[in-house]
Design a protein around this ligand. Structure first.
Ligand SMILES: Cc1cc2nc3c(=O)[nH]c(=O)nc-3n(C[C@H](O)[C@H](O)[C@H](O)COP(=O)(O)OP(=O)(O)OC[C@H]3O[C@@H](n4cnc5c(N)ncnc54)[C@H](O)[C@@H]3O)c2cc1C
Ligand code: SF4
Ligand code: SF4
Length: 394
């Protein structure tokens, strides 16, 4: 029996460091690291010890015989990564971490007084900085956030139906109560306290403030009624304190999502999910009520380039494909789209649509007329002959 990594993997490589036989790849030292959608366990080398599953902060690792439903295909997804790779060199079991654990010089002179460090931002970046300082130095850490709840985008960005990923927030929050940590919420640096004031009272300040604003497209019509940024929409369904309950209206039957990264898939999935299932998550009450009344029956995802350039990960697409009562279709009027999907193996599949020769920009036409598109609709209904089921060959 072997273990397999599944959908929620966020590539932080925590599991790599605990695997006694070095069978999780790519490791941070390997060239592929950062280019693959997730990490993969080599089924031929795994010794079934379970250490990686215990270490994973988002519960992404399971024994393959416990994979059920939509997670079952991750056995093949993991194995596929190793199909065309030479077996890993034999590892001396007596040598732990033979691939070279990253090391940092933390030498602080003996007797050095505790330093005072302010960390602005309580998202993952801020909390990993706090963890490192608290575990490896004698620093006193002040954690500051402008919002009344800590966690950054893990709390206010990650989709409510991804509880395992949201659960990473609990793991990060364990340092809030560390004896050398203080948490100051509702303090906006630059508004309530100046950076100069902060510096004057601390030996060092770490700014881990994330990327809070929208990326504007700068095109005419961007602000027409009915157009909202993903930032507003995900804040709305995550009950962000600065986003009102009426920030999003769902009176239309068809929603077009411009872009095709994982946030686009999050938005599409939430819009077509059964509200009864969403009710079991921590989705905002106002969003749940609006989704219960919504008339949305179709979500079109627009990609300006072809499947090979789609930005989302295959695991998120697979999740959309398995949503009960939802059809996932690809606008495959361009044969290159089907060819690109057929050519991709498990774990590398992409969904989008054929781009027109020379590339289709956002201004190339409405959904399905030129720019790449992929849509999810509910409930299942008949479609024109062009689009084909996504992931049709795997
Ligand atoms: C919609 C969405 C969905 C996502 N889903 C996933 C997912 O499923 N899996 C995954 O792995 N990743 C996901 N991500 C990515 C992940 O959430 C981010 O990569 C991660 O949260 C970034 O961490 P960070 O600490 O850099 O920034 P953030 O999480 O943004 O944290 C920054 C913090 O700084 C605070 N701050 C900013 N300015 C100030 C100031 N002036 N004073 C005080 N505090 C301030 C903010 O309030 C915030 O709490 C998602 C991102 C988004 C937007
Ligand atoms: S510990 Fe979990 S999230 Fe991190 S790389 Fe391993 S499987 Fe992915
Ligand atoms: S179960 Fe053990 S041997 Fe297998 S991948 Fe996880 S840590 Fe490595």
């Amino acid at each position: 029996m072997t273990y397999a990594i599944t959908q929620t993997c966020c590539n932080d490589a925590t599991c790599v460091a605990v695997c006694p036989v070095n069978c999780i790849h790519p490791t941070p030292e390997e060239p592929d690291f950062g280019t693959t959608e997730m990490l993969y366990i080599d089924p031929k080398s795994c010794i079934d010890c379970g250490a990686c599953a215990d270490a994973c902060p988002v519960d992404a690792i399971f024994p393959v015989d416990r994979l059920t439903g939509r997670l079952r295909e991750y056995e093949a997804v993991n194995a596929e990564y190793y199909a065309d790779r030479a077996p890993a060199a034999a590892t001396d079991p007596a040598v732990f971490h033979p691939w070279g654990e990253p090391s940092f010089d933390r030498s602080i002179p003996a007797g050095f007084a505790p330093i005072r460090v302010a960390i602005v931002g309580t998202g993952p970046a801020g909390m990993y900085a706090a963890e490192d300082l608290l575990l490896h130095t004698n620093a006193e850490v002040t954690l500051i956030d402008r919002l009344p709840v800590a966690g950054g985008l893990v709390r206010y960005g990650v989709a409510p139906d991804h509880p395992a990923t949201k659960g990473a927030g609990e793991s990060l929050a364990r340092f809030h109560t560390h004896p050398r940590a203080r948490v100051r919420l509702g303090v906006d640096i630059g508004v309530d306290v100046t950076p100069e004031e902060l510096s004057a009272h601390h030996d060092a300040v770490v700014y881990a403030v994330g990327a809070p604003s929208d990326r504007r497209l700068g095109i005419p019509g961007e602000d027409l009624p009915g157009s909202v940024s993903a930032t507003s929409l995900v804040s709305w369904y995550n009950a962000h304190p600065e986003t009102g309950a009426d920030a999003v209206r769902l009176s239309a039957e068809r929603v077009v999502v411009v872009g095709n990264g994982n946030v686009a898939l999050d938005v599409a999935r939430v819009l077509v999910s059964d509200p009864g299932a969403l009710a079991r998550t921590d989705i905002a009450d106002h969003a749940l009520a609006a989704l219960r009344d919504a008339r949305v029956r179709e979500v079109v995802l627009l990609g300006r380039r072809g499947p090979e350039d789609a930005a989302y990960t295959a695991s998120e697409l697979l999740a959309l494909k398995h949503l009960p009562g939802v059809d996932l279709v690809v606008d495959a009027h361009d044969p290159r789209t089907g060819a690109a999907i057929d050519a991709a193996g498990p774990g590398r599949r992409r969904c989008s649509s054929g781009r027109r020769p020379g590339g289709g920009g956002l201004d190339a036409g409405p959904a399905g007329s030129g720019a790449g598109s992929c849509c999810a609709s509910t409930p299942p209904r008949s479609r024109p002959s062009g689009p084909t089921p996504c992931g049709r060959s795997g």
